[in-house]
Design a protein around this ligand. Structure first.
Ligand code: GDP
Ligand code: MG
Length: 251
């Protein structure tokens, strides 16, 4: 069983990609289930097979602890750890090959709080892969792209599992914008030029050494453009996972 986690900033397209990738998997005749870990999800674009909302309801937390929606999200993130055992049992009953995890809307609730790490480890870090989502609107500006690379590196350090970078909503980008982003992800010298073009008087040491060190992470490797709206790029996600865990063999 493979656990695939989609992690990314709020609105980067995690839930949409969960639905689109599931749809693609099913279309190919592959067996997969989805797990929603976001207690605050609204209008989920897929029907989760396992849903954190069966255990944790933001409304209940807000009433019980007299907190607003943001406070409730934090408490909910910590409560996640309490339900891991039960959730794991239910997931195992499905006897499926692929479990696709949609993570909380606010990335730091999964990345920084202990429960996210505990969850990934409990479900088997050795059978996991993280798909880190690059929001296209942030990515098309060099400083935004570098910021996301830093976040991706932090996620990689945190979870210590195989990693792939995914450029979401690529249909929103002009061809030139998409090509630039992919170029930066492949070539830190291009990225160095781009950031100096954007900010001629940089106050930080975002030099080629820094960028090349950042690129040496798995998280600094090739990006895969996808569109959940058009269903493009799904096969590349699947192939990358297969490559990492089965040396490219099909299921
Ligand atoms: N054009 C376009 N919009 C998308 C795509 N994927 C997601 N969106 C939109 O981006 C917004 C945020 O998506 P969502 O999946 O909820 O992001 P999440 O917060 O990371 O789960 C929603 O309005 C989606 O309809 C895509 O591939 N193309
Ligand atoms: Mg979501």
């Amino acid at each position: 069983m493979i656990n695939l986690y989609f992690i990314g900033s709020a609105g980067s397209g995690k839930s949409s990609l969960t639905g689109a990738f599931l749809g693609w998997m099913q279309g190919q005749g592959y067996d997969a289930i989805t797990v929603n870990l976001d207690p605050g999800i609204e209008n989920a674009p897929y029907a989760p097979d396992v849903d954190i909302r069966d255990w944790i309801k933001l409304k209940d937390i807000m009433e019980e602890y007299s907190v607003g929606p943001n406070g409730a999200q934090i408490i909910a993130a910590d409560m996640l750890a309490l339900n891991i055992g039960e959730m794991k049992e239910i997931i195992e009953e499905f006897e499926t090959e692929y479990v696709i995890f949609d993570t909380p809307g606010q990335m730091e609730l999964f990345n920084l709080r202990q429960s996210g790490k505990v969850l990934v480890d409990s479900f088997g870090a050795d059978r996991s892969i993280i798909g880190f989502l690059y929001d296209p609107i942030i990515s098309k500006i060099p400083s935004g792209f570098i910021t996301l690379m830093l976040q991706a590196a932090s996620v990689q350090v945190r979870f210590n599992v195989p990693f792939m970078g995914i450029l979401t909503k690529s249909d929103l980008l002009k061809d030139e914008e998409r090509e630039n982003i992919l170029k930066w992800s492949n070539d830190f010298i291009e990225l160095d030029e781009a950031i100096h073009h954007e900010m001629p008087t940089l106050r930080t040491q975002l030099n080629t050494e820094f960028l090349s060190a950042l690129k040496s992470f798995d998280s600094g490797q090739k990006l895969f453009p996808v569109s959940s709206t058009y269903g493009s790029g799904m096969e590349e996600i699947y192939n990358t996972v297969q490559q990492i865990y089965f040396g490219g063999e099909d299921l």
